[in-house]
Design a protein around this ligand. Structure first.
Ligand SMILES: [Zn+2]
Length: 179
């Protein structure tokens, strides 16, 4: 069964994906630092190149640590994917916690889908929307109590965000871009 929110979600994603494409092409999977004989003691995500650079630096400092590049596959994160080295976007699925902090972020900021930063904005919007659970919470036995409330709150945020994106889509269709 296709619900109202599914339809809106599809429409918004179809609008956002082409805008996000330049950022999408640059985005790497998240990598992080592991070590055989040391505590890497950091939760930072990197693109492959920056992770390698950081691993090389750590190994030069402490060769016994045997630092190495880990990750590089689909991973889940509480924060939006951005490389701690170069600031380029990373592909990460967001946890429900990650979804709420992204929703809060977008609620506080104006969403501009034109201009140089637009691909990044669209990329993070797509990541947030794709990670959000929009199914029927009450029918999910694995979602209970506090967690179910959290997901329901996120769904309200997602609905609001979809309305905003729809409005932007309408405005952008009405006013052609200035060259
Ligand atoms: Zn990087």
């Amino acid at each position: 069964m296709t619900t109202d929110i599914d339809t809106k979600m599809q429409r918004c994603l179809e609008f956002l994906r082409p805008i996000a494409l330049p950022a999408e092409k640059k985005a790497d999977h998240a990598h992080w630092i592991a070590a055989r004989n040391a505590d890497p003691e950091q939760g930072e995500d990197y693109c492959r190149a920056c992770c390698q650079k950081e691993v090389d630096r750590l190994n030069a400092e402490n060769p016994d640590g045997e630092y190495l590049v880990d990750g590089g596959w689909g991973s889940e994160s509480d924060t939006s994917g951005v490389c701690s080295g170069c600031g380029e976007p990373l592909h990460v699925g967001l946890t429900e916690h990650g979804v709420s902090s992204e929703l809060e972020h977008f609620e506080r900021h104006r969403i501009n889908l034109r201009g140089t930063h637009a691909p990044y904005t669209a990329f993070y919007l797509v990541a947030t929307l794709e990670s959000a659970f929009i199914g029927d919470v009450d029918k999910c036995s694995w979602l209970r109590g506090h967690q179910a409330d959290h997901v329901k709150r996120n769904q309200q945020g997602v609905r609001k965000l979809l309305r905003r994106i729809d409005a932007i889509r309408g405005r952008m269709a009405a006013i052609p871009p200035t060259v």
